[in-house]
Design a protein around this ligand. Structure first.
Ligand code: NAD
Length: 293
């Protein structure tokens, strides 16, 4: 069994990006600039946005945090997005989800200029992804592809089962794994909460990608020997023995499943750190594409 070490690989990727940024500076070019829009003060969102901004600073990007109160109207947010679309100094930006209930998330994501949509959530970019055209691949799926690539995990002709059909992880992952090339060329089954007899699918899978948000959901009796496990789940489980009063748990019962797996991502330290690294990668790509225009 080999651990797919997202922490280590994400550090490597960030180091590679930092070197590229230094080279850009030496050539007298503008460095990539990422903006993050945060509406309200949801604890988890604050943590995520904070670490995205800090990562930018560490690798030499410019970053801007646009922090808006939770009373912000949809109209006000759309005005802010228009400003960011038109601001030539900003290469890419993200709107941290979830948004407060009174704001239509889809409408907001649709308002982002696809050329600056480094989260890859705009329908134009999602469509391009499905058509195997140059685009921004959503950061979490992009991170999974990169992990598979750097560990040279065979995906061609394999049976891949994705659990969860969210627009940000499960659905794009199912598309990406079926695309031509490496990593891809898999035969993909996308499963979800209405799937009957999930175990019948996972038992037969060479690769299982879990993105449902249900702690320790995938058990050893649900997979075959030699399976590749990608655990996207992040759930805070109350734990009084931890300083924060909780621990982070994935969708996979790691203790049980790891001995049967050929490769497995741990939680934490697997897919999570890759997500930020690939957001930075997308921002670098945005900068390079703007330069090339
Ligand atoms: P979501 O919460 O939007 O949707 C969950 C999906 O799981 C749904 O499609 C649902 O049909 C499916 N599902 C629920 N119960 C099921 C069951 N019993 N059997 C089969 N399918 C079932 O999903 P999301 O936003 O993709 O998040 C999933 C998990 O991944 C969460 O824990 C989230 O925190 C985590 N996440 C992690 C990262 C990261 O960077 N590592 C990024 C995004 C999400």
């Amino acid at each position: 069994m080999e651990i797919l070490d997202g922490k280590k690989i994400s550090e490597q990727i960030k180091e590679e990006i930092a070197q590229e940024v230094s080279a850009m500076k030496e050539r007298g070019e503008k460095v990539p600039h990422l903006a993050a829009v945060l509406v309200g003060n949801d604890g988890a969102s604050l943590t995520y946005v904070g670490s995205k901004v800090r990562s930018c600073e560490k690798i030499g990007f410019e970053s801007t945090l646009v922090s808006l109160p939770d009373t912000t109207t949809e109209e006000e947010l759309l005005v802010k997005i228009k400003e960011l679309n038109e601001d030539a100094s900003i290469d890419g930006f993200i709107v941290q989800l979830p948004l407060p209930k009174h704001i239509d998330e889809q409408k907001v994501l649709m308002a982002i200029d696809p050329d600056k949509d480094v989260d890859g959530f705009h329908p134009t970019n999602f469509g391009k992804m499905a058509l195997e055209l140059e685009t921004f691949i959503p950061a979490t799926p992009f991170g999974i592809l990169e992990l598979l690539k750097r560990y040279n995990v065979e995906t061609s002709g394999k049976n891949t089962v994705v659990i969860g059909r969210s627009h940000i992880v499960g659905r794009p992952m199912s598309i990406l794994m079926s695309r031509k090339g490496f990593p891809g060329d898999s035969t993909v089954t996308l499963t979800h909460s209405r799937t009957k007899d999930l175990k019948a699918f996972t038992k037969d899978a060479d690769i299982v990608i879990t993105a449902l948000g249900s702690p320790d959901f995938l058990k050893a009796d649900m997979v075959k020997d030699g399976v590749v496990i990608i655990d996207v789940g992040i759930t805070r489980v109350p734990d009084e023995t931890k300083p924060k009063g909780y621990r982070i748990t994935g969708d996979v019962d790691f203790e049980e499943v790891a001995p049967k797996a050929s490769y497995i991502t741990p939680v934490p330290g697997g897919v999570g750190p890759m997500t930020i690294a690939m957001l930075l990668k997308n921002t670098l790509l945005a900068r390079e594409r703007h330069n090339a225009k």
